[in-house]
Each structure stands twice: as C-alpha cells, then as structure tokens.
Design a protein around this ligand. Sequence first.
Ligand code: HEM
Length: 526
Amino acid sequence: HLVYKRWSRISITNIRGPQPHSILYGNFPEMLEGQAGDIDFKWQEEFGDVVRIKAPFGEDRLLLSDPKALQYIYHASGYGFTKTSGRLAVSQTIFGPGLVGVDGDIHRRQRRVMMPGFGTPEIKAFVPIFFTHAGKMAAKWRDIISGNGGLSCTVDVPSWTSRATLDIIGQAAFDYDFGALDDTDNILTKIVSNIVFDTFGLPTNKAILSLSLMDFLPFWLSRFITKSLPISRLSHAHKLNRLTGTVSKQLVKEKYDALIDGKSNKDIMSLLVKANASQNPDTRLSEQELLAQMITIIMAGHETTSNSLSWALLELAKHPEIQSKLRDEIRAKERLVLSRGGSLTATDFDNMPYLTAVVKESLRFHPVSYNVFRVSEKDDVLPLLKPIITKDGKVMYEVPIPKGLQIISSIAAYNRNKDIFGEDSSVFNPDRWLCDNVKSSVSIGMYANLFTFSGGGRACIGWRFAVLELSAFVVELLNNFEFSLTDKGDSIRREACFVMTPTLEGQREKGTQMPLNIRIASREDM
Ligand code: HEM
C-alpha cells in the first residue's frame, strides 16, 4: 500500500533541474559545500524560479524563488506548509518548545502571546540601548587603535559584533547583563557565539544523510534521537540549554514578581510575562514554553543580527564611495540633532534616506537566513508569477505538488530576482532604493518587500529590532571609523551554516572570521 501510495502520488519529475552527482546524496553536497546562495543563483539563472533538485535517496525537492508561489506558501496557505520533521526536532533541541520549535495551533497560540513584546513603539524604545552598546564597542576599538600608537588597526569584526549584539539582546529582551563585550572568556558567550558554526558548519555527507533520514521519521522519534543520543554536533546546543535553564527560570520569576508588585519593566520578557498573565488558561503559555522563549530569542536574534552587521560593514569596506556618502548624511543629521540638544532616535533614521537604502541593500544582498524549509501538508497547486517550461516543452502556469513534498525556499535567490530588483540585482547598489527601481506586483516580505525576514504568520518576529539595531550600529561605527579590506578581503566566504556566516577560504575549520581594517574617521567639521 505504501509503495503504491508513493508511486501513484503527484509527480514533479517533469520540472527541470540539475543532474545529481550522486544517487545517495543527490544535489545536496553541491548545495552545502559552496558558498551560501551561490548554487541557488546558478540554478535560478539556468532553470528559473522553480527548480527540481534531488535530495538524498533520490527524493525530489523543489527549490523555489517564484514570488507568487512563495506568497502562497507563507501567506495564503496558513499552516498548509509546515516545518519538516527533522528540522523541527533539531529546532526543539536547540530552542526547546519555543516559537521556532513548534507548528500549527501551538505556534499560533505562542505567537499571539509574544507579539506585544515586538510592536513598533516597544522596539523603537530600545534604540538608546543599541547606541549605548555600539558606542561601547567603538570605544574599545579606539582603545586598541591608540594602544597601537597609530590611527588604524585590523579587527575581526564578527568576534566584536557577536558580543555587542549578545549584550543588546540580554538588556533589551531580558534586562540581563551578559557582560560579553567586557568578558571574552564568559562560557555562555563563547557557546552562544559559536553555536551556529559548531552545529551546522562544514556538514559532512554523514550529517547530510542523517538530517535527511530524520525527515522520514515520525517527529517523536526524530526528537528522541536529537535529544537523547550523543550527537557531537548537538553537544553545544545541549550545553546551552543546561546553562540557560537556571538563568531563565530566575529571570521569569523576577518578571512575575515585578508584575505582581505593579512594576512595569519594558524588556521583551517582561512584556511577554505580562501578556501571558492576561491570557485565559487555555491560551496561556506553560512555564516550559515561557522559559523556551528566552533561548529562542537569544538564538534567533543574536547571530542573525551580528552577522548581518558584519556583512554590511564588509560591503562598506568594499565601497569607499558609498561609505563616505553615508558618513556625510550621518554627520549632517548629527549636526542637526546636536543643535536641538538631543540624540539620534528611531524617527531620525526615517529621515535618513541613504542610511535606509544601505540597510535595505545589505539585507537584500546578504540575507543571513538564505534558505527556509517547508513540507506540504496536502496535495496542492502552487501558483506562479512567471510560467515555467517543463522538460518536455510544456508551459506551466501553476505547479501541482504532492502531499509531503519538501520545499526549499530560496531567500537568497528571491532577493536577486531581476524582475523585482533590476538587471543589476547581483551588484551591491543602495541607489536602487532611491530611484524607485524596486518593483513587484506581489507583496511578500515584512520589510521593503524583501524576503530576508520571510513572510506571513511565521515571519521574523524581531525584524524591527534587527533593522533598528543595524541602523544604530552603522551610524555609530561610520561616524567613528573608515573601513577597508585587508589582504584577506577576497578570501571572505559566505559560509552556508544555516545562518550565513563569514569564514576565510583556506581556514574554514577555524570558524567565523572577517578581518577588516579600521581607521579613525577624519572630521573636517570639528
Ligand atoms: C537580520 C536579522 C534577522 C534575520 C535575517 C532574521 C530572519 C528570520 C527568518 C527568515 C525567519 C523565519 C524562519 C522560518 O520560517 O523558518 C525568522 C524567524 C524568527 N526570528 Fe528572526 N531574523 C533576524 C533577527 C531576529 C531578531 C533580532 C529576533 C528577536 C529579537 C528574531 C526572532 C525570530 C523568531 C522568534 C522567529 C520565529 C518566528 C516564528 O516562527 O513565528 N529574529 N527570522
């Protein structure tokens, strides 16, 4: 019966795609060994926005970047496309039963309780925290430079941005001091800062096979394997869970006590505890769910923003002309703000068109979450914006798909769609946002119609946090420093480790690295 069901289901074999190099591994080694997004761009160029690829064991998968199909999956279908069993199990092992590790009704219930902590006014109120930590990092860089006795030095950017953004998450989300910028040896800092690379970096064929196999297993079995078996790649995640367990319990208790005493703290966890207390018992988060949100917010919000900032600084280092134009805008705004005796706020960012263009372009060009994975819950039909031509020359305006089909949504490829972002979509060019050159008939993303933060009911809950944090850091750092490439500039890789992470060619096993030269920025206006 199972074999009959398998062979009689809707087939997508007629859709064009690359030949696999191996029957056992399919096209996966190519996808995982190259730099993040590179193979997506190659196949998008060759086959269009709908590509059939082979997964391990000869399974068909779709690699999608068609805007209308993505809109259908992420917006229109509700929970019609869920996370795959293996990924959900890994997510639960890392995040616990928090927002990232659950699906369907449980996810809807959790998300409703979490939303009040991520509203526009709540996140805008964190901008002073973003500036404080950006300023602290800049001060430490100045100390290194003056210790060098000159005007410049080389810094490994992600090792700094990672610690600064961890301190920010601690303060803004939990009113907790990780002390990461001051204490490089803090064990929690070390684990959190390397967890993405340690868990997902440099995947072996064995790891590819294991994860693919887990997608065939029922969730409870995948969960048992990831939670209970000694899988070395997951050891950091287990350690992190243990370490944060006590801290999060203590923090949640403090928030509850403060709420009972009528004190209203503004950190995200306090807002979450408050929103939870006002729910009826059926919709309220359990203690375990509440605790899991802490690690969820740290994990989902830390390396994503830290790496996005590193990529933005790399582009600025590569493009001195963009850097100096942006610095002029920042300084003009700074003069205005100082003359009214205040400091920069989120509203000022709205009036800085070039800063906004640079942030948008950086998030488009380097979407750190470059692929997201879903599986269809029923036989379905994907609508397409652009028709495709099948292997036998037929034109298809929509794609019938079987229940259980795994879909890899390519955020990286969508963000380079030439029809939306222009013929020069593979070039870093913030000006595209200023000349009204970005056009799309399909509304898909949370910010600037990019797919960087995904879309719909499972879109990034922290996108406003990320955009404002990124803006504050770019303003503070560019105001203080000029960035340029070192002799290793051409060796920087976009490592595909689930979150796009910078490494150096020839030193990949050393983990995250991005050396850049910094120099005190001259000030003619002072
Ligand atoms: C540039 C930085 C960021 C990027 C590119 C990013 C990207 C994403 C993407 C693509 C998703 C959807 C993943 C999926 O559907 O499988 C997501 C989900 C999520 N993000 Fe972010 N994120 C960023 C920053 C943040 C921050 C700062 C926070 C929290 C403070 C955060 C919290 C979350 C959470 C909790 C989810 C799960 C949402 C859900 O399943 O309902 N993210 N993010």
